[in-house]
Each structure stands twice: as C-alpha cells, then as structure tokens.
Design a protein around this ligand. Structure first.
Ligand SMILES: [Zn+2]
Ligand SMILES: [Zn+2]
Length: 383
C-alpha cells in the first residue's frame, strides 16, 4: 500500500471514530481532531526507524546502568530462568533457578536457555557467585558452558566459577572446560587478557558427599547466606539433591527432580517458598498413548519410564501442605503447556491439597522476600 493510501485510510477511519465518540460536537471540530491525529500518526510512521533507534538507545543505557538487583530491597529473591524440561515449551525453558541474596547471584541448575532467560530478566551474570547442580541429567547441565562464558565476559573475573554439586560434578565440569578451551583462547586473543582474564575462563568443581536421608549438608556459608543440600528420590539417578537457601530470616527450598519425598517435607518445614518439580501423569500418559498409536516406540517407552521418577502437581501440593510452607511454586513443568486450558488441567487438585497460595512457574516468574519480614511478592517478568 502506498503512503498516500495509508494516510487517506487513517483519516477516514479516524474521522468516523472521532465522529462516533463526539456526538453534538461541530463537524468542523471533528475534522480538525481527525486531521491532527492523522498528522501525528504520519509523523510517527515516517520516523519509525529513528524512533525505534532512540528507544533502543534508551534500553541499552538502562541495561548498562541498572539491573534487576538495583531495584530490590535486601532479602532473598528467586527468578525462574527456566521453568520447563527437555520438552519444547515457549514459556518454559530448561530448568534453572536464580537465587539472589543481597547483591549476590546463585544459579541452581543450568538448563539450555539459562543465560538468555537471565538476560531477559536483567539478572546480572557478572554477579554469579556459584552454580549449584541438583543432579547431572542433561537438561540440568546443558546451559552450563554458556553461563560460565557469560559470567566471565560480563565480569572480567580472574577466578573460575564455583560449581557446587554432589561428587561426580568433577567429570561434568572438566568436560565443559575442555569443550570451551578453544573458544576461551579465541576470546583472550581477540579482546586481550585484561578484558578476558585467562584465569577466570573456567569453572571449578566443588563436589560433596551425598547426605544420608534425614541428614543435610551445609555446602555454602558466607555473609549471612547458608545453603544446605539434602537427598531427594530420583532413582535410578543418584546422586540427586535439593537445596535450602536461608538469608536474613527468609528461606527457600528447591526440590530438584524427585518423586514425592518425606525428606523434602522435612527440610522444607516452615520455609517461605517451596519450588517443587511437577509432572502431569494424565498429560504425559496422553502423549504415551498417542506415541504407541503412531508406532513411535522410543517416545512411547520414554514417556512411560519418566512417570516413575517425578512428582505430580498434587504430590507437590501435599508436600507443601505437610511442610506448611508460605508459598508453593510448581516448576520443571512436564509436559509443555502451550495453551492456558492445559494449565488449568495441570493444576487440577492442587488447591484442594494445599491451603496456601501457589504459582504455576513460567520463565520470568519472580518471587521477592524482603529481609526480616513475612512479605512474599510474586510477579511475572516475562509472560
Ligand atoms: Zn532428572
Ligand atoms: Zn529434570
């Protein structure tokens, strides 16, 4: 459509609209308002690239001079940098949770889009102090390489990124370090060692012994933040743990991958927020039945097998009720829920099993727990 046609169409449309809303006003005035709006629209239209560049400049300035932490009170804050699973869900990337305490950022599990979803939420990757892994299933580690690189590039760190996890993490970290060795060399050569200090390019594994059921292990303690690990049940996957974060009177438990577990109820007792994984058996069974009907043997076998090592949304709700937590967040959502009606099917029974408030996690779900208070503020930063 030519520009003159656009302007004429706009003028006629606006004339009719303004006329409808301005009964009793002189026709001359209506024409004048419509003409003014059209001229304003035309100015915007013909300058759209310049306006877009100006908006981009403002956004870049904002991102370079502030971040999510700048606007937060001291406290414990949680941002879902991946609320999904290995299955494609546009609103839920591979599992990743950012926990922020004061000015420090900790990442629990590094799903494949972890770094990108952190960028979307303006979580500063330069501030990442450590990564915690719950277990070594591919969907929980496949974003680790990119995260190590982004933390290094953004923060010019001179020490490796600590990756804290049960024993076995040494092999995972050594593999990522080796895979990224050539990339590290390119970047140091291109940007200089001052910008990309060679000693900060890698990750360093800090493995710990899996605690017995009923026991927990303190795996991090600094500046008022305490992180403990406890065993969860994801057999045949072992080791598998959950983590509890405690900071200035606030607390969060992240379940990791597990079936319903009394150990989680024990360590989540009375916490402010429980992030619990959830798989809908009803919806996964539907995929399983259709896979059998379509002769897709591998999909049929896998969708059958995963039923026995995950918890249902109602299992998560029952654990939250037993532990009397302040708020339940369902995450590691299986299967994908591309339409909202599927979301209501997914959470069926949760309100009946758990008397508190709950949130069905999405990428960008953000929970803020200001220090030494009872406040639990939940927001969606992306969807
Ligand atoms: Zn798993
Ligand atoms: Zn998983």
């Amino acid at each position: 459509m030519q520009a003159s046609h656009v302007i004429l169409t706009l003028y006629v449309t606006l004339f009719i609209l303004v006329d409808d809303f301005a009964e009793g006003v002189e026709v001359k005035t209506v024409k004048f308002i419509a003409l003014g709006l059209v001229l304003f629209g035309a100015v915007l239209f013909f300058n759209r690239e310049a306006i877009t560049l100006k908006l981009m400049e403002k956004t870049i300035d904002k991102n370079l001079t502030s971040n999510l932490l700048s606007s937060l009170p001291d406290g414990l804050h949680v941002y879902l940098c991946g609320a999904g699973s290995p299955m494609m869900d546009v609103k839920r990337s591979g599992p990743c949770t950012a926990v922020m305490a004061g000015n420090r950022v900790f990442i629990v599990d590094t799903g494949s889009s972890a770094s990108k979803v952190l960028q979307q939420g303006r979580v500063p990757q330069a501030n990442i102090e450590a990564v915690f892994l719950t277990h070594f299933h591919s969907d929980h580690i496949d974003g680790l390489g990119e995260l190590i690189m982004q933390r290094w590039a953004n923060g010019a760190h001179t020490t490796p990124l600590a990756v804290i996890a049960p024993k076995g993490v040494e092999q995972v970290v050594a593999g990522f370090n080796q895979a990224y060795a050539q990339d590290d060399a390119y970047r140091i050569a291109h940007h200089t060692a001052k910008i990309m200090p060679p000693t900060g390019s890698n990750a360093a594994a800090q493995g710990f012994e899996l605690p017995e059921s009923g026991q927990s292990k303190r795996v991090y303690e600094q500046d008022g933040l305490v992180v403990t690990a406890f065993k969860v049940e994801h057999e045949p996957v072992s080791p598998a743990v959950g983590y509890k974060f405690e900071y200035r009177g606030r607390s969060v438990v992240i379940s990791g991958d597990t079936v319903k577990s009394t150990n989680i109820a024990k360590f989540a007792a009375g916490v402010d927020v429980l992030l619990h994984e959830a798989l809908s058996k009803e919806l996964v069974l539907l995929i399983n039945q259709r896979a059998k009907a379509a002769g897709r043997a591998n999909i049929a076998k896998i969708t059958h097998d995963i039923l026995d090592y995950h918890a249902s949304p109602v299992d998560a709700a029952q654990t939250a009720q037993q532990a009397k937590v302040g708020h339940l967040v369902l995450h590691h959502i299986v299967p994908p829920l591309p339409i909202s009606t599927l979301e209501s099917i997914f959470v069926k029974g949760v309100s009946e099993a758990y008397s508190g408030d709950f949130t069905l996690g999405k990428d960008g779900t953000f929970i803020s727990l200001p220090a030494e208070s009872k406040e639990i503020k939940v927001q969606e930063l992306i969807w």
